[in-house]
Design a protein around this ligand. Structure first.
Ligand code: G3P
Ligand code: CA
Length: 328
C-alpha cells in the first residue's frame, strides 16, 4: 500500500500525463456521440432518446434515416418496422417483420408506437436499463431538428446515417433519392454546418459530396469475419480494397473527413496512421468503460456510445472537456 505523499506524487504524475495527453491529441475537439440518441437509456431513435442525450450532454446526436413512400426522411435504424420495437394502433406487438418504411406514407407510419422494446425481445435483454416512453412515434428528421432547436442549443451536431443496402435495393429509396431527400431537410433547417452524413454504403457519401461539399462525410466500416463492407465493392462505391494500402487510404481517396470503424477492429497504430492522413477517427459503438479508456488512450477523436453518461465519466477521468448539458 502506498504512502499519502506517494499517492500525491502519483496524482501529480497522472495530471501531467493528462496534460500531455490533451496537448498531444487535440482534446478540445473530442466528439461524444449519443448512439441512436442514448439507446442504453431510452427507446432508440425516438425524440425521447435524443432529448435524454441532450440532458446528459453530448456533442453529437447519432441517428439513422429511412425515406417514406411520400419521400419524407424519418429516423429509423431498420428499413422495415422492427417487431422488437413496434406496436400497432391496437397496442399489439408486430408478430413478424413489418412493412418496409418505403412502402408507407408518413401518415401511415405515424400510427405505430415505438416507445418500448418488446420485453420478450433481444433488444430488451440487451438494454435492461432502457426506460420506456409509450406513445413515441418514428420521428421525422425535420421534427428532430425542430425539437433540438426548441431547446435553444446552437452547438449540438447531427451525425446522420443513410440506412441503405446495396444488396437490397428494393428495401429503400435509391442512393440519389435518399441523399436528395435528406439534404433538402438539412438545408431547410439551415443546419448544413452542424451535420455530417455517415454510411456503410459509400455511394450515398459520393452523392452528398457532389451536391454539398461543405458537409463532411463519415465512412463507416466493419471488417469482421462475419461482416465486411470494405471488401465488397458494392458497399464501397466500386472501390477495391486491394488497390489501397489500407482502409484509411480508401477513405481518404474517397474524400472522407472521418473514418468510423467498428471499435473492435482498430488499434493504436491504425488510429495514428489514419490521423496522419488527415482523417478523424470516431469508432462505433463503444459501451464498456474499459474499451472507452483504451480507445481514448490511443487518441481517437471521438466515440459513439449507447451510454453517453458512461462515456462522460471516462472523459472526465482523462481530463477531456465535457459537452454542455441542456439541463444546466
Ligand atoms: O454510427 C455508426 C453506427 O451507428 C453503425 O451501426 O448498426 O448501430 O447503425 P448501427
Ligand atoms: Ca447508425
Amino acid at each position: 500500500m502506498g504512502t499519502r505523499s506517494g499517492s500525491v506524487r502519483q496524482k501529480r504524475g497522472a495530471s501531467c500525463f493528462l496534460l500531455l495527453f490533451c496537448c498531444a491529441f487535440g482534446a478540445l475537439a473530442f466528439d461524444l456521440q449519443g448512439h441512436r440518441g442514448a439507446r442504453g437509456d431510452r427507446p432508440e431513435n425516438t425524440l425521447a432518446a435524443f432529448e435524454h442525450a441532450l440532458e446528459i450532454g453530448v456533442n453529437t446526436l447519432e441517428l439513422d434515416v429511412a425515406i417514406t413512400a411520400d419521400g419524407v426522411p424519418v429516423i429509423s435504424h431498420d428499413p422495415y418496422l422492427n417487431p422488437a420495437l413496434t406496436r400497432d394502433a391496437q397496442g399489439q406487438w408486430l408478430k413478424a417483420r413489418g412493412p418496409l418504411i418505403r412502402s408507407l406514407t408518413l401518415a401511415q407510419l405515424q400510427v405505430y408506437d415505438v416507445g418500448r422494446a418488446d420485453p420478450a425481445s433481444e433488444v430488451a435483454r440487451q438494454f435492461p436499463l432502457q426506460q420506456a416512453r409509450d406513445g413515441q412515434r418514428i420521428p421525422t428528421l425535420a421534427s428532430l431538428f425542430q425539437s433540438v432547436g426548441a431547446t435553444g442549443t446552437q452547438q449540438v451536431r447531427f451525425n446522420i446515417e443513410t440506412k441503405i443496402f446495396p444488396n437490397q435495393p428494393a428495401d429503400t429509396a435509391t442512393p440519389d433519392n435518399f441523399v436528395d431527400a435528406v439534404l433538402a431537410v438539412v438545408r431547410a433547417a439551415g443546419l448544413t454546418s452542424r451535420v455530417t452524413i455517415q454510411s456503410f454504403d459509400w455511394r450515398t457519401l459520393r452523392r452528398l459530396q457532389q451536391l454539398e461539399p461543405r458537409i463532411a462525410t463519415v465512412y463507416l466500416t466493419v471488417e469482421l469475419p462475419q461482416s465486411n463492407n470494405v471488401q465488397d465493392p458494392a458497399w464501397t462505391a466500386g472501390m477495391f480494397s486491394k488497390d489501397y494500402a489500407s482502409t484509411p487510404h480508401m477513405v481518404k481517396a474517397s474524400g472522407g473527413a472521418v473514418w468510423s470503424p467498428h471499435f473492435a477492429t482498430i488499434d493504436a497504430n491504425k488510429v495514428r496512421a489514419a490521423q496522419q492522413l488527415g482523417l478523424k477517427v470516431i469508432p462505433w459503438t463503444v459501451n464498456e468503460p474499459a474499451d472507452m479508456e483504451r480507445l481514448i488512450g490511443w487518441g481517437i477523436d471521438g466515440l459513439i456510445s449507447d451510454y453517453p453518461a458512461r462515456a462522460r465519466d471516462v472523459m472526465r477521468r482523462f481530463g477531456l472537456p465535457l459537452p454542455a448539458s441542456s439541463q444546466r
